[in-house]
Design a protein around this ligand. Structure first.
Ligand SMILES: [Zn+2]
Ligand SMILES: [Zn+2]
Length: 161
């Protein structure tokens, strides 16, 4: 595993937080709100959401980068594909499992995950296309790390969907 491979892997992982933020803010809460809406207004008893299609949005380029990087012997491209894949796996673990509890596979605890949970709960306080905040996932605004637990609790919305 070369330095180039590791740099490409971690760079793509970090850039994915930005890409996910931009997609969420400008596309999901923009022209493709019709696919994201059922994640904000969740129907009971439905296991899957139209919103899940967005996973493919990143899975396809990740797969192609790994495939062509491997076949064409372009290590940095393959590494970038794995970086996107790791981000997708972390996003799934944090967003679908730890925050929304869609599947009871495991739970994550700790100050960091609590900050992410609260930031994302505040994102879900808005059930419409406009007016939401905290579009990122792994890097919420600093306020979620600097405020005391008591202050954060006060900010906690009564119900999250
Ligand atoms: Zn949203
Ligand atoms: Zn959510």
């Amino acid at each position: 595993m070369s330095v180039t491979w590791l740099v490409s892997f971690f760079t793509s992982f970090c850039l994915m937080e930005w890409a996910a933020w931009a997609l969420h803010k400008y596309v999901m809460h923009g022209p493709l709100w019709s696919l994201h809406e059922d994640h904000h207004v969740i129907k009971k008893n439905s296991v899957y959401q139209k919103n899940d299609y967005f996973a493919i949005f990143f899975a396809v380029p990740s797969f192609l980068a790994i495939l062509f990087g491997n076949l064409g012997f372009i290590p940095w491209l393959e590494a970038a594909g794995y970086g996107v894949m790791l981000y997708g796996a972390v996003y799934f673990a944090v967003h679908e499992v730890a925050i929304h509890r869609r599947w009871n596979i495991f739970n994550l605890k700790g100050k960091y995950i609590e900050s992410l949970r609260l930031a994302h709960q505040h994102h879900h306080q808005v059930r419409s296309k406009e007016g939401a905040k905290n579009f990122g996932m792994l890097l919420p605004p600093l306020i979620y790390f600097t405020k005391s637990k008591k202050e954060l609790k006060k900010m906690r919305p009564s119900k999250v969907s």
